[in-house]
Each structure stands twice: as structure tokens, then as C-alpha cells.
Ligand binder design. Structure first.
Ligand code: ZN
Length: 143
């Protein structure tokens, strides 16, 4: 599936110190009424909780890193799940020796400082629904 989208505005800002990174991004989209978009961020976290999807078990396993890390890169998208904007983001983090950790961003990653760029897109809504092949909530196919 491919949809044609147009960027219609870019919001930049920072997230509160001590907030949950994923919750704050979801709240940002709700507050600014962005239901379709792309998101990027850099900064640092106090600790991280990531997930890795086990494709054979069709379930997420957890990776917790309980120490300060740099956000080398966060990239994600915004679409609808059950009529609410939902951020799906992946993140790459680095420790004090430059070792990197990466994965699917999960609740439990705590902001130290975070600067985001949120691009609002205009186009047909993308809605998630449970996909039986992967077990993941993926975008609906075009009809
Ligand atoms: Zn993911």
C-alpha cells in the first residue's frame, strides 16, 4: 500500500524533563490535533524501555537500560488507532562509551531533554488494524 501525503506544517519544540517520552509524544499529537505525520527527535533520556518484536512468537520482548543515554535518533510516524492519534517510534540510544541500543520505543523511557520536529501531513487517513499475518496493528490496506 502507498498513500500520497503532503507536508502542511512543521512543529518544533521540546518535551518536559522527567516526562515519559512516548506518552509525551502521544499527548503532543492529541494537543496539536496531528493525526497524520512524521516525527523526529534528539536529546537524552534518564533511562530507557525498548521492545523487540519476536516474529516467531508474535510478541514483544523487553529491553530495559536503567542509566542515562543520548537519543542519537528517534524517528516515527503518527496515524490513527481506534480513532486516536498514535505515535509509532523507533529509537537509537547511546551510552557514555558510544555503545548503541535500539528498538521500538515503549512507555517507561524517561526524558532528560528532548527536542522534537513534528511534520503534519495532509492526505487520506491511515488507520491501524490488527494484522493476522504479523500479529501487529498495521495500516489497513486500501480498498
Ligand atoms: Zn515498532
Amino acid at each position: 500500500m502507498i498513500r500520497d501525503m503532503k507536508p502542511v506544517g512543521i512543529l518544533m519544540g521540546r518535551l518536559p524533563h522527567g516526562s515519559d517520552l512516548l506518552d509525551s509524544l502521544n499527548q503532543l499529537c492529541a494537543d496539536t490535533k496531528v493525526t497524520l505525520g512524521r516525527i523526529e527527535a534528539i536529546g537524552a533520556v534518564q533511562e530507557a524501555r525498548l521492545q523487540y518484536y519476536d516474529q516467531s512468537k508474535k510478541q514483544y520482548q523487553e529491553l530495559r537500560v536503567k542509566r542515562p543515554l543520548e537519543i542519537v535518533s528517534l524517528i516515527g510516524n503518527v496515524s490513527l488507532k481506534e480513532n486516536q492519534p498514535m505515535v509509532h517510534a523507533h529509537i537509537c540510544l547511546a551510552d557514555d562509551e558510544g555503545n548503541a541500543f535500539g528498538g521500538h520505543l515503549a512507555p517507561g523511557t524517561i526524558v532528560f531533554a528532548c527536542e522534537f520536529t513534528l511534520t503534519r501531513l495532509d492526505g487520506p487517513a491511515l488507520e491501524r488494524e490488527q494484522d493476522t499475518q504479523t500479529g501487529l496493528p498495521l495500516w489497513k490496506e486500501e480498498k
